[in-house]
Design a protein around this ligand. Sequence first.
Ligand code: ACM
Length: 267
Amino acid sequence: MIKDRIKTAFIQFAPLLGNPGLTLNKIQSLLSTLPDLDLIVLPELANSGYNFTSAKQAFELSESVLQSDFVDFLTGFAKTRDIVIVTGFNEQEDAKLYNSSLLITPGGIAGKYRKIHLFMNEKSFFEPGNLGLPVIDVGFCKLGMQICFDYIFPETWRILGLKGADIICHPSNLVTPYAHKVLPAQALMNRYYIVTANRIGTEGDITFSGRSIISDPEGDIILEAPRDSESVLFADLSLEKARNKNLTALNHVYHDRFPEQYKDLGC
Ligand code: ACM
């Protein structure tokens, strides 16, 4: 079913590093306040927290998608509320860890992305993503995923646009000030929405920067959360706007490309 208005929320909060039970309680209570929506985006590593003190801790706080109270709760919630959820997830598979994003529909897990571009110490804990850049048709629109630092690599945004994504869900644990310069520009350049769900709080020597945002196909920020408080904010996203790829009557951001002139990119 195609809807024109996609009711979308981001959940900005602080997962509790080392306490997955309390983190899940917090998510349950935040989600219980929501009105009827189509799409919810949660931050990066929402099941575990971020700033692990050791590989052992990162591993202990990881979960398999097949054996996870966190996933079980979100799949149940998506089914009961007939909603799509995208969430960051510290994923364990075959004794390897991935910084992943799960796309959960009322029918269960419908897609998964694994962060390709690892930031700072993440390189000590996670494998780089190996699932490419999926775009998933959830019935009412097409969703792509990026995770936090991926935002600095323009190729990923373009690939998702070329695959027809209407909305990019971007679970994040941002720490540097650069994302807010990039995200609206990428939304404009690719003429889609970007929903960035960031986290708040401090873990060890890292303070996360909040300010979760939704950027629209005109390059405007249509919603922005405060820097340091828990926030559940929602907006209506227009599918018609995301599917209009014309910047002017004579300029279409995909049809006007000249890939044969871009061969120096090497891909
Ligand atoms: C980041 O990629 N979590 C900064």
